[in-house]
Design a binder for this molecule. Structure first.
Ligand SMILES: Nc1ncnc2c1ncn2[C@@H]1O[C@H](COP(=O)(O)OP(=O)(O)O)[C@@H](O)[C@H]1O
Ligand SMILES: [Mg+2]
Length: 207
């Protein structure tokens, strides 16, 4: 099992949102989490990705108990979450966003060439036309989402969590996203070096 949750509970004050949640994810699987507004979907995935602590229960990665104190610690395990409100720096370029906070360097200097190359490779893998030099503010929502996914796959993501990724997409953009999720899932099998599971929290699956 790549990632498991065991008896996760979470309360906010007197409001208990999660009751004994169990979940098992294996490499190459796609899971959809369904529930009405306020059901606790975001709360659950934020716990898995290290943004929130459970009140009780545990999270296991590769069978080892994890107590994340930050999302950075979850990312170190390959668990990456893309938030419903995309969190890109709008004024910066696509490639600057992909490496924001973990810029590649050569000696004292930024290695812009390597960052551009790796950004291009990630965007090509996603089969998107997004230009790494474009400003994020000039991109459509679906292209901004591609940048978030590119950011995740340049980080050796093993579990990719998307919180309501289709909420702001058109029908056609949803098809492109679902096809991409399927390609990422398949990538997990032949290589098995960087297995990718996707947890999607998406209302539109019921559409
Ligand atoms: N930071 C918070 N503080 C207090 N209550 C919260 C917080 N985050 C979520 N909640 C409450 O937890 C419940 C579940 O919210 P959420 O996980 O966002 O649901 P969903 O994503 O399924 O719509 C809601 O009642 C919400 O008001
Ligand atoms: Mg939510």
């Amino acid at each position: 099992m790549l990632l498991s949750a065991r008896k996760l509970c979470r309360s906010f004050g007197n409001n208990q949102v999660l009751f004994d949640v169990d979940l098992d994810l294996q490499a190459g699987e796609v899971h959809a989490l369904l529930g009405e507004n306020g059901a606790g979907k975001s709360t659950l995935v934020k716990i898995l990705a290290g943004y929130l602590r459970p009140t009780s229960g545990e999270v296991l990665v590769d069978g080892r108990q994890r107590h994340y104190r930050s999302s950075g610690e979850a990312e170190d395990d390959g668990v990456v979450m893309i938030h419903q409100e995309l969190a890109l720096a709008e004024q910066l370029s696509v490639e600057e966003n992909i490496f924001l906070g973990r810029e590649l360097r050569r000696g004292l200097f930024l290695d812009r060439r390597a960052m551009r190359q790796q950004s291009r490779a990630a965007l090509a893998e996603l089969e998107t036309h997004v230009d790494p030099r474009a400003r994020v503010k000039d991109l459509s929502t679906s292209d901004q989402q591609m940048v978030e996914i590119a950011k995740a796959i340049t980080r050796d993501v093993r579990v990719l969590i998307m919180d309501e990724p289709t909420a702001t997409l058109t029908e056609n953009e949803v098809k492109v996203l679902f096809a991409l999720i399927d390609r990422l899932r398949q990538r997990a099998w032949p290589f098995c070096i960087s297995p990718t599971s996707c947890v999607k929290s998406s209302k539109s699956l019921t559409v």
